[in-house]
Design a protein. Structure first.
Length: 264
């Protein structure tokens, strides 16, 4: 696992945007096949999306040959609801780049058969050739997507009941009222994420420091789903100084030294 430690959240966003742009460009140099990108919602990736939009507007990159699969969606929340992840992605990213609508995939939390929706999502990922790069964030309790603590680390796309901690954390998007936060979501599994050829998890702010510590220094443990990234051959955690502050000094120095050696 690779750990990238940047000074600020903005530097994290630029590094992540650099990674995405370089991977899209590299694949295009070798094949006409679309680049397949997994995407998150939430506050952490917003700066990365802004940076990608800036580069697109400047003519530096295109998403015309990119297929996306989002990580999750609430169950029972109308797509047009401002806090649905369909609305979030349109508002913060898709409506501002040149991606083709037919290349966008987001789970349907209002599907008549939710189990079938999840199975079809996995099939669609496979039909696209698998995910080249999965971008994600991490929760304060170490969850990735809606894979809460004690989720199977081999799990695939499925229905999940959200924990009280997650409901409380997401209540800020629903006027602070936890009763308005949907109690269930559809989510890709930890196994779905790990099946991507490359995974980059973003973490910014002191509130993510404990999760980063467990993900990097702790054991491979379903209590901290982010720790599953330890087993990925191309797994990366990209964090700012605040999110790295609970790492041991030796751990911090090791990864900073490696980064310096790779980027003189």
């Amino acid at each position: 696992m690779r750990i990238i430690i940047k000074d600020t959240p903005q530097q994290v966003a630029v590094w992540a945007a650099d990674l995405i742009a370089s991977r899209i460009r590299r694949k295009a140099e070798h094949t006409p096949a679309p680049f397949v990108l997994g995407l998150p919602t939430g506050s952490t990736p917003l700066e990365t999306y802004k940076e990608l939009i800036r580069r697109h507007k400047a003519g530096e990159m295109s998403f015309a040959n990119v297929i996306t699969f989002n990580m999750d969606e609430y169950v029972g929340l109308p797509e047009e609801h401002p806090e649905s992840y369909h609305s979030f992605m349109r508002r913060n990213f898709f409506n501002r780049i040149d991606i083709r609508p037919e290349n966008i995939h987001i789970l349907d939390g209002n599907a008549p058969d939710l189990a079938r929706e999840c199975a079809d999502y996995e099939a669609a990922i496979a039909a696209a050739g698998g995910i080249d790069l999965f971008l994600g964030g991490v929760g304060e309790d170490g969850h990735i997507a809606f894979n809460e603590p004690f989720s199977s680390l081999a799990s695939r796309t499925r229905i999940k009941t959200l924990t009280p901690d997650t409901l409380a954390a997401n209540a800020r998007f629903f006027g602070g009222d936890t009763s308005l936060v949907p109690a269930q979501a559809l989510t890709v599994g930890v196994g779905t994420i790990l099946a991507a050829r490359e995974v980059a998890i973003l973490a910014t702010g002191r509130r993510k420091a404990r999760a980063v510590r467990h993900g990097v220094e702790g054991p491979y443990d379903h209590r901290w789903p982010v720790s599953a990234l330890q087993t990925h051959s191309c797994g990366i955690i990209v964090c700012d100084e605040a999110a790295a502050e609970e790492l041991r000094v030796a751990t911090y120095r090791y990864f900073k030294n490696i980064e310096t050696a790779c980027n003189p």
